[in-house]
Design a binder for this molecule. Structure first.
Ligand code: OXD
Ligand code: MN
Length: 590
């Protein structure tokens, strides 16, 4: 008996009967266990050692070339009532989905070791945290789960105390894209993933549990599970505001979470604290404010583009004890990707580098590293109560129309801004890159239930006694006529965050427009930045005709969730559309 919890014992034994492994290993989460797994993977070629002088404790994993990203078309959310999945999810009848997955898992672990990984999402002693158990036949998954979650003995003890856990079953199977499915059963708090070893499909604590299952759990329990970074901004007076920000995958969440203030700000004493770079669980506290934890313990970040220029904190975080996946390698065996100095000699598939084969590192190549290694890791990140959130930020890659920053006039307008979010697609999921799609709250691939119900859940937080954060929308990616980005981004984004904080503290007046409040002239601090007036005007311009068309498109998009679309959100869309029409008429008759 490896657990005192009968439900856990029974489930592990049922899975073993189905999958027929040669051995079962209950993970204790110790360093010795991790090192033994690394040795085993070095011996069988799953991992390759990198230069241990420059990158101690760093290894490279090369995945199957067809298994490099999340597969949204093969990811299903199956509720008892099929309608509950909503048009935002792929779904299937629960019984049919179980039959399909059972057939795939039947005997799939023969000759392999089955690992049982008890894990806790969030600080081990936090009431906001939730636990799960992942069963997998992949040592690479175990090693990554060790970095990304609080896994092992302490988590198992909590599970045994609480008696409940999310059940995640994973097998890499044959890595055949035709036999690959990631299926969620929110009503059963269970996940089954077959045929992929890629992080987002296989590290079940992350997207599958902490977002798809947790979003459903959060709705029933009155909290929010969101695709957001959490960052603390400390001003020269030593006061820190925490900001939670939702951006679609590979749109710079890790960079914003680890931002380095521009020189002038640093001199003045501004500091930035990283609490999380991808997932945020928030719940109202006794004072009515939202308190947030990062359920993860590590970063599974996109490597390409991570450089001394974009994110020096990430670079120093990953200088040791890191697992790299699908990056290229230099002549002296250092990890390499586009954006770093030096030259690659071997590409992500292990071939001699040849530019004709495309980028040396896969565009979605990743690093997995403990958050504790981050130089800006917040001392509050392990706080059981979480951190109070002052502002929520939504943003996407929008080459035009969306201004650099705007503030919602209230919570309902903020929910509309989040629901209307759009972004160009990236390499984090398979499919075309650079296509504009709506991605409400950056949760399109991760919301475990009907978006109409999800918007209603967001709206429900606005109730007597609530002290909700202010809501903003940003766009770092607006381009000029020459196709170049108008805003420098990275550390300079602090200028925008500073304006938000000034709004939160009632220290900036702002300028009201029909689409929200924008910085009034002179409110964005631009000293030390060479940004001409025309560029600033371009960044903050409100194109009325463009916005009228956008509001109509948002209206159509929201209609696609009827009849579950909350009337309140529809009314808010109408309000903004009317405000735009009224201003248009005023301008025309002036
Ligand atoms: C991620 C993603 O890996 O969003 O965080 O795909
Ligand atoms: Mn993500």
């Amino acid at each position: 008996m490896a657990s005192t919890l009968e439900a856990l014992e029974r489930w592990v034994s049922d899975v073993a009967t189905l999958t027929r492994p040669a051995k079962i290993h209950w993970c204790d989460g110790s360093e010795a266990e991790y090192q033994a797994l690394v040795r085993q993977m070095l011996a069988d070629g799953t991992l390759v050692e990198l230069n241990q002088q420059t990158h101690p404790g760093c290894y490279l994993h090369r995945s199957h070339p067809s298994d490099v990203a999340r597969v949204e078309h093969l990811t299903l959310v199956c509720h008892r009532d099929e309608q509950d999945a909503g048009p935002n999810n792929h779904t299937m009848d629960v019984t049919a989905a179980h039959a399909k997955m059972d057939a795939l898992f039947d005997g799939c672990m023969q000759g392999r070791t089955m690992y049982v990984i008890p894990y806790c999402m969030g600080p081990i002693d936090s009431p906001l945290s939730r636990c799960g158990v992942e069963i997998t036949d992949s040592p690479y998954v175990v090693a990554n789960m060790k970095i990304m979650t609080r896994m092992g003995k302490a988590a198992q003890e909590r599970i045994e105390r609480e008696g409940r856990f999310v059940k995640g079953l994973h097998s890499t199977g044959e890595l055949d894209p035709e036999r690959r499915f990631i299926v969620h059963f929110p009503d059963e708090l269970s996940i089954q993933s077959y045929g992929s070893g890629y992080g987002g499909n296989a590290l079940l604590g992350k997207k599958c549990h902490a977002l798809r299952i947790a979003s459903h759990q959060a709705r029933t329990e009155g909290w929010l599970a969101e695709h957001m970074l959490i960052v603390g901004i400390e001003n020269p007076q030593g006061e820190t505001h925490y900001i939670a920000a939702a951006f679609p995958s590979a749109c710079g969440k890790t960079n914003l979470a680890m931002l380095i203030p521009p020189e002038g700000y640093r001199k003045d004493g501004w500091k930035v604290w990283t609490v999380g770079d991808d997932i945020c669980w928030m719940r109202p506290g006794a004072d009515g404010r939202l308190y947030a934890i990062n359920p993860e313990a590590g970063f599974f970040g996109v490597a390409p583009g991570t450089s001394d220029n974009s994110n020096p904190n990430a670079l120093s975080t990953i200088a040791r004890d890191t697992i790299f996946t699908n990056v290229a390698v230099t002549a002296d065996n250092q990890p390499w990707w586009e954006g770093l100095p030096g030259t690659p000699v071997t590409d992500w598939q292990g071939r001699p580098y040849d530019a004709a084969n495309g980028p040396a590192a896969h565009p979605n190549s990743r690093f997995t590293v403990s958050a504790k290694q981050c130089p800006t890791w917040s001392p509050k990140a392990e706080d059981a109560q979480g951190v109070p959130i002052s502002a929520i930020v939504f943003g996407g890659r929008r080459p035009s129309l969306l201004p650099l920053v705007m503030e919602a006039r209230d919570w309902t307008h903020g929910v509309l801004m989040g629901a209307a979010m759009g972004s160009e697609t990236t390499a984090a999921a398979t499919g075309a890159v650079g296509v504009l799609r709506r991605d409400s709250m950056a949760m399109k691939p991760f919301c475990g239930y009907h978006y109409g119900d999800y918007f209603a859940h967001w709206l429900s937080f606005d109730k007597p006694g609530a002290q909700l954060p202010k809501v903003f929308h940003v766009n770092w990616f607006r381009k000029g006529k020459d196709g170049k980005f108008l805003w420098p981004g990275f550390g300079e984004n602090l200028r925008v965050l500073e304006w938000m904080i000034a709004r939160v503290e009632g220290k900036a007046r702002g300028e009201e427009t029909p689409i929200g409040t924008l910085p009034a002239t002179g409110e964005l601090k631009l000293e030390g930045l060479s940004l001409d007036k025309a560029t600033l005007t371009g960044l903050l311009e409100v194109d009325h005709a463009g916005w009228q068309a956008e509001l109509a498109a948002i209206g159509e998009y929201l209609d696609s969730f009827s009849p579950r679309m909350p009337a309140k959100l529809h009314a808010e869309q109408q309000r903004v559309a009317r405000a735009l029409d009224t201003t248009e008429r005023k301008v025309a008759t002036a």
